[in-house]
Design a protein. Structure first.
Length: 417
């Protein structure tokens, strides 16, 4: 298969797809799949813009809404993980993964899916230690602190990924695994991003749980983005496996934001299929999904009875089939550019149930708890005591600069936004 890998998409789907079509014409190739490494910005309407954590000057509809509304159809099967600039309400509706639009599949907060014979795993968000042990407590409408905490990686989701035993071909994240810089050309990286030197030298650059997952899963490929630069690395594991790491830039002219990779496969059928082992893990771990402020005590892996759940899933998929259903349905009213004033919608004021998520939970015979209805009283008390906090200055923001020498979270005056 020929796989196109995109760094930070930032909602520029039209330009990304046009670039892929141009490459196909110039190189006389056929691209089978697009992988996007976060900051996808699946914004469906103006309500979703209120659920993005970024400066107002960067809040625009971009082009995803056209694919969600059916005005455009994605010319390639597309899969993505979330980053730190997302319509978080939309992605939370698809917590377990699912169709964000026809042909465009979101891997969920954590997930594994098959495309042909490729086994693709991923982790959404970025790592911030202060929220790692929290539960998934955020609910729309979000306060200013929750707009950012919601996309911070949680221990529970990493725990689920750590239960994987079968080999992973491709792993996708937004931020880099900690320590990955030492496996590539650091001199070249610092030439483009000199402000990363201190973090690279003290070993703090990147995601701690990402590093743990890299060491445990040892995927053949790991793709990431976030730092708005191209960087390649080769990780030789002590067990002999090799992981080829590649991070790419964001979609802008004269930037390295897209690369096509050739991967040998046994089955090139262009179809998303459920992964048996992952569904078993989801089912085994779901009783421990933390919907409150604190993460629940996680069980010992041997107490999960994953193999029992896997046998159940195997029989279920024999009945239902392994192909992911493609009957996409909209969950909210999409943006309409002909209307001067958009009607306020439920995604900003409250939780909207996604039809795909409901059918997925029916497949696994699991209850719907993403609305946090069992914790309404707790959430009310917590929100009453919450204050709107300033942005964490260490987070990387969308930037309007094309000069790679300028840190992504510095504005024109040189101050941290």
């Amino acid at each position: 298969m020929k796989i196109a890998v995109e760094g930070c998409a930032h909602g520029d789907l039209d330009n990304i797809y046009a670039t892929m079509q141009h490459l196909e014409r110039m190189e006389n190739i056929k691209i089978d799949l697009l992988i996007c490494c976060g900051d996808f910005q699946a914004v469906r309407n103006e309500d979703d813009l209120h659920c993005m954590a970024c400066p107002n000057k960067y809040k625009s509809m971009k082009t995803f809404w056209k694919y969600y509304a059916g005005e455009e159809t994605a010319p390639y099967p597309t899969i993505f993980v979330g980053g730190n600039h997302e319509a978080s309400n939309h992605l939370w509706e698809l917590y377990y993964g699912g169709w964000a639009a026809p042909q465009i599949f979101y891997l969920g907060c954590a997930g594994v899916i098959r495309f042909g014979s490729l086994r693709i795993g991923g982790l959404s968000g970025i790592f911030k230690p202060r929220d790692y042990h929290s539960g998934h407590y955020e609910r729309p409408p979000y306060n200013q602190n929750e707009l950012r905490s919601i996309y911070h990686v949680r221990e529970y989701d990493v725990f689920r990924l750590l239960q994987i035993q079968d080999p992973i071909d491709i792993f996708i994240s937004h931020d880099w695994p900690r320590g990955i810089a030492k496996f590539g050309d650091v001199v070249s990286l610092l030439r483009h991003k000199p402000f990363l030197e201190e973090e690279i030298m003290n070993g703090s650059l990147g995601s701690v749980p990402g590093e743990v997952l890299l060491q445990k899963l040892k995927p053949s490929y790991w793709f990431a983005a976030h730092l708005h630069t191209k960087f390649a690395a080769l990780v030789q594991h002590s067990t002999g496996e090799i992981t080829k790491f590649l991070a790419l830039d964001k979609c802008l002219p004269k930037r390295d934001f897209l690369q096509v990779i050739d991967i040998a496969v046994e089955d090139s059928t262009p179809e998303f299929r459920y992964d048996e082992e992952w569904l078993a893990i989801v089912r085994a771990c779901n009783p421990f999904l933390p919907m409150g402020l604190q993460c629940r005590a996680l069980p010992r892996p041997e107490d999960l009875e994953t193999e029992t759940h896997r046998e159940w899933v195997k029989n279920r998929l024999l009945e239902r089939g392994r192909a992911v259903p493609t009957d996409f349905r909209v969950a909210v009213t999409p943006f309409n550019p002909t209307e001067t004033k958009q009607i306020p919608l439920s995604s900003h004021s409250g939780h909207a149930r996604n039809p795909f998520t409901e059918s997925f939970l029916l497949l696994l015979d699991l209850p719907y708890i993403l609305d946090g209805s069992c914790l309404l009283e707790e959430q009310h008390v917590m929100k009453q005591g919450s204050s709107a906090l300033d942005r964490d200055p260490s987070e990387i923001e969308l930037n309007e600069f094309d000069d790679d020498s300028v840190p992504d979270d510095v504005d024109e005056s040189g101050e941290i936004e």
